[in-house]
Design a protein around this ligand. Structure first.
Ligand SMILES: [Fe+2]
Length: 287
């Protein structure tokens, strides 16, 4: 089956969100949405999410799922806002519990912050499958960038989140708490075991040197033949060495502090104070 895939690119965070539709009906899902955030002003905005809502309404889609490939560290999720507007269940990987435990400590969250994934409607495990109309979604656990990362395979399309990027850009970083270059290598092999003509949709694009346009779609065959991080490294150990050396040079993502606090709550803000005001924390010297 070949699902209809509509990408939405956010230039502020280089994130690609997707609306994926059953080709035989109205049923659809949203993957990796963005809540706009002006960090300097501490102000959220729903422009990106409203663009998706307009698309859904214009095409009369029935949103059944709002899926996250992982807890993003570079943008805030708009999942609860989209759910209020469009319905659907919010899903993420089962290992979100590990991520919540790690960052619950980093942000010194009290006992009121549940670390059991209960903020989400569904926690997926490797091998789970769901139906979106007649479109079957197979869930692959593809950890490495984070321990909870998932790839959603829908017909001939795979939504790989932050594992592989475009072939000329390579692969995702593995240096966040709980990340593992060794795990990422194994996860990439799992993705590349799909048929060669499987379409690969990535979670970000940063334009590789020499490329003028943003891009997000390749195939398993193209990734095998051309991914620069895979062609440079023939064995798992070489990949791990390359990935760890590169990660040591990367700065923290600009929005990691607000993103983690919001996304580990399924996109909900922390509880307001007694006056109804909402605050995010900045942990010093922890990340
Ligand atoms: Fe990410």
């Amino acid at each position: 089956m070949t699902p209809d895939v509509t990408p939405f690119f956010d230039t502020a965070t280089n994130t690609v969100s997707y609306v994926v539709k059953d080709p035989n009906g109205r049923a659809a899902c949203i993957i990796d949405s963005v809540l706009d955030f002006d960090y300097a002003a501490g102000r959220t905005d729903t422009k990106s999410a409203d663009t998706i809502i307009s698309h859904v309404k214009q095409h009369d889609l029935d949103i059944q799922w709002i899926l996250e490939t992982h807890v993003h560290a570079d943008h805030l999720s708009a999942a609860p806002y989209l759910q209020d507007a469009l319905g659907g269940k919010i899903g993420i990987g089962h290992n979100i519990k590990l991520v919540q435990d790690t960052f619950g400590k980093v942000f010194n969250e009290g006992t009121e912050f549940q670390r059991d994934g209960s903020q989400f409607d569904q926690l997926f495990e490797h091998g789970d499958s769901i139906m979106i109309g007649q479109l079957r979604v197979d869930v692959l656990h593809t950890p490495g960038h984070t321990p909870a990362c998932l790839t959603y395979v829908m017909g001939d399309a795979a939504f790989v989140g932050d594992t592989l990027f475009m072939p000329d850009f390579g692969t995702a970083r593995c240096d966040f708490p709980g990340g593992s270059a060794k795990d990422l290598y194994a996860s990439i092999q799992r993705i590349l075991s799909l048929p060669d003509d499987t379409r690969i949709f990535v979670g970000h694009d940063y334009k590789a040197p020499g490329r003028d346009e943003f891009a997000w779609e390749s195939t398993v065959g193209e990734q095998k033949a051309k991914n620069i991080h895979l062609s440079q490294t023939k064995a798992a150990e070489d990949f791990v060495e390359m990935r760890e050396a590169r990660d040591a040079t990367l700065p923290m993502p600009r929005l990691i502090v607000p993103s983690l606090q919001v996304n580990m709550r399924a996109g909900h803000m922390p509880e307001p104070d007694q006056d109804g005001d909402v605050f995010l924390k900045v942990p010093l010297n922890k990340l």
